[in-house]
Design a protein around this ligand. Structure first.
Ligand SMILES: *[C@@H]1O[C@H](CO)[C@@H](O)[C@H](O)[C@H]1NC(C)=O
Ligand SMILES: *[C@@H]1O[C@H](CO)[C@@H](O)[C@H](O)[C@H]1NC(C)=O
Ligand SMILES: *[C@@H]1O[C@H](CO)[C@@H](O)[C@H](O)[C@H]1NC(C)=O
Ligand SMILES: *[C@@H]1O[C@H](CO)[C@@H](O)[C@H](O)[C@H]1NC(C)=O
Ligand SMILES: *[C@@H]1O[C@H](CO)[C@@H](O)[C@H](O)[C@H]1NC(C)=O
Ligand SMILES: *[C@@H]1O[C@H](CO)[C@@H](O)[C@H](O)[C@H]1NC(C)=O
Ligand SMILES: *[C@@H]1O[C@H](CO)[C@@H](O)[C@H](O)[C@H]1NC(C)=O
Length: 526
């Protein structure tokens, strides 16, 4: 998933060469981050007994059955068919294979499965009549999970707005989305809330807004020159702020509905999810340190300040001026405290450099408003997409949230490592990554963070947004060349299983023989 975010920046900065040069200069900064957890220094027993470990996917990325049983296209179907490498027409076919997949979850020892509901499967016209086949599918999946002792953690919106609402009124750009999203949430709470206790309204709200309306690299692909990719319509200076505002109001409205109508009976929890980098100043110059705080205020504060304090951060309001909508007193009141937990997708650490030119630039998009340049340093660790050396960013991020926002309950909804999809089942880089990041999470817990659960992204290899089937994050390999879409456990699946079942997680102990045998039984290289 983080590929979306990387794309956002690459599209936005348009200065890859400059980034590369600056990153060469920045090598000295790495020392701050080196803190790799020693494998096998922790075990599952070190985590609180109620702490939830799971793994996740999203509807468009795994379900397939795109035109079956009354489902209509989402904005992802439309773009994927128009111009993308691959699509989710079949994906992992979880729509038909959910029983098999739940069995794999049992084998892995998951406490919880994070998945999303396809709005256009449940309510094919976006609003109005509910599709009984859609209700039946999610009932089947949820019942299968529950009867196997696995908690469903459900996301309502994971990038896949019904196309019909995009066509009718511009989707999230219009205030009308608030009413339709709330009605959709109502159906979900009513039909599934007796068994689902963890609801996330919007996945990666900040990246959805930036990718969809600022950089134009994900549906609905809106942006305007000189920002983003050659979009046919959009306005990168204004739309991201309008859409973010509508996301917050829709979240607050659905959350309020849950609290007033369902929470007493169903005893569940509602939260919003954002994507979170750990930002480190490129140098100790005051300008870079201040730019780093600004980056946090824009990236995180843009959504989390309204939830916790009832308004956008001052620096965001000051920099964006009249382009950012204001909350009325009533709206501010509704948004504030409209959450039981905050969901975070965290993958890596990036560096922040002050961008002084941005202070006088016009026109401005989100990134010019932020006046900070984001620098990836992946060139230093070519063997893995997300450097394992940056794992302490997990602890630091959680400590930042703890300090800044009064230690709210947190779920790490996504964390994981990318590998090329044609690489072997012997995914040692993913094992090392998970080992280090879960270790860093434990450090944060021991230092007082109220984090309550952790989900790897992703359970299966799936249709990656932005990347199609080129890269994969799965614990389980899916052979997309096999008509049966057979699943194979990677080394990381064995590792996670050992961890979850309280066995020794020393990398050397993990079952190398099993992956070798599976590789030989299939046409997968190793
Ligand atoms: C910044 O200062 C801290 C604390 O003095 C030091 O540990 C770190 O190495 C410095 N970072 C850079 C990039 O100079
Ligand atoms: C941008 O879009 C226009 C109109 O569709 C097209 O002619 C042009 O080639 C595109 N430019 C790039 C760089 O993709
Ligand atoms: C974006 O919207 C602003 C405010 O309405 C307007 O001033 C600006 O010209 C628009 N930009 C584009 C590219 O349409
Ligand atoms: C614990 O968290 C605080 C911030 O909440 C931080 O200042 C401190 O360095 C952390 N302690 C350790 C041992 O990492
Ligand atoms: C995977 O695909 C890439 C790009 O097509 C290719 O360079 C590489 O050799 C392939 N690796 C394997 C193990 O097949
Ligand atoms: C796990 O296995 C490693 C390697 O065999 C061993 O060094 C370590 O002591 C074991 N850890 C535990 C907790 O048993
Ligand atoms: C897996 O990769 C590691 C090094 O990354 C290697 O030591 C090990 O032998 C490999 N195992 C198999 C079964 O290929």
């Amino acid at each position: 998933m983080d590929m979306v975010m990387k794309g956002v920046f690459i599209a936005s900065l348009k200065t890859i060469l400059l980034v590369f040069l600056i990153s060469l200069l920045a090598r000295n900064a790495i020392g701050v981050l080196l803190n790799i957890n020693n494998p096998s220094t922790y075990s599952r027993d070190d985590f609180p007994p109620n702490f939830i470990f799971g793994s996740g996917t999203s509807a468009y990325q795994v379900e397939g059955a795109a035109t079956e049983d009354g489902r209509t296209p989402s904005i992802w179907d439309t773009i994927a068919h128009r111009e993308f490498m691959g699509n989710g027409d079949i994906a992992c076919d979880q729509y038909h294979k959910y029983k098999e997949d739940v069995q794999l979850m049992v084998d892995t020892g998951l406490d919880a499965y994070r998945f999303s509901i396809s709005w256009s499967r449940l309510i094919p016209s976006g609003r109005g009549p509910v599709n009984p086949k859609g209700v039946q599918y999610y009932n089947n999946l949820i019942n299968e999970l529950i009867s196997n002792g696995i908690q469903p953690h459900v996301t309502l919106f994971h990038y896949d707005l019904p196309q019909v609402l995009e066509d009718e009124y511009g989707g999230w750009l219009s205030r009308k989305i608030v009413e339709d999203f709330t009605a959709y949430a109502d159906v979900c709470f009513r039909e599934f809330g007796d068994r689902v206790s963890h609801w996330t309204t919007v996945n990666e709200a900040n990246v959805f807004v930036l990718g969809g309306y600022n950089s134009g690299n994900v549906p609905p692909k809106r942006c305007s020159a000189p920002f983003g990719l050659n979009c046919t319509s959009g306005n990168s200076t204004t739309e991201p702020y309008i859409v973010a505002h509508n996301c917050l109001l829709a979240h607050a409205s659905a959350s309020r509905l849950y609290k007033t109508k369902y929470q007493d009976k169903q005893h569940g929890f509602v939260g919003l999810n954002i994507f979170l980098y750990w930002f480190v100043p490129l140098t100790n110059r005051t300008e870079d340190v201040m730019a780093t705080q600004r980056a946090n205020d824009f990236f995180v504060g843009w959504f989390i300040d309204p939830l916790v304090f009832g308004d956008y951060p001052d620096i965001v309001k000051k920099r964006v001026g009249s382009r950012i909508p204001s909350f009325t007193r009533h709206e501010s009141h509704q948004v504030k405290s409209s959450y039981d937990f905050i969901g975070l997708n965290h993958y890596t650490t990036v560096y922040i450099k002050d961008n002084a030119d941005a202070f006088i630039a016009e026109p401005r998009d989100f990134f010019v408003d932020m006046a900070a340049t984001i620098i990836f340093k992946q060139d230093t660790v070519p063997t893995s997409v997300f450097p394992i050396e940056y794992s302490s960013g997990m602890q630091r991020s959680l400590e930042y949230i703890k300090e800044k926002y009064g230690n709210p309950p947190i779920y790490i909804h996504e964390n994981g490592q990318a590998t090329p999809s044609n690489s072997s089942l012997n995914d040692t880089s993913r094992v090392k990554y998970l080992d280090a990041y879960i270790g860093s999470l434990l450090d944060a817990l021991r230092n007082g963070s109220d984090t309550r659960g952790y989900f790897t992204w992703s359970f299966l290899d799936l249709f990656e947004l932005l990347d199609g089937y080129e890269s994969s994050f799965g614990l389980y390999y899916v052979d997309f060349n096999d008509p049966d879409l057979k699943r194979y456990a990677k080394l990381s699946a064995y590792w996670y299983t050992n961890f979850l079942k309280g066995r020794n997680i020393s990398i050397m102990e993990v079952d190398q023989k099993s992956i070798l045998m599976q590789s030989k039984a299939s046409h997968i290289s190793h």
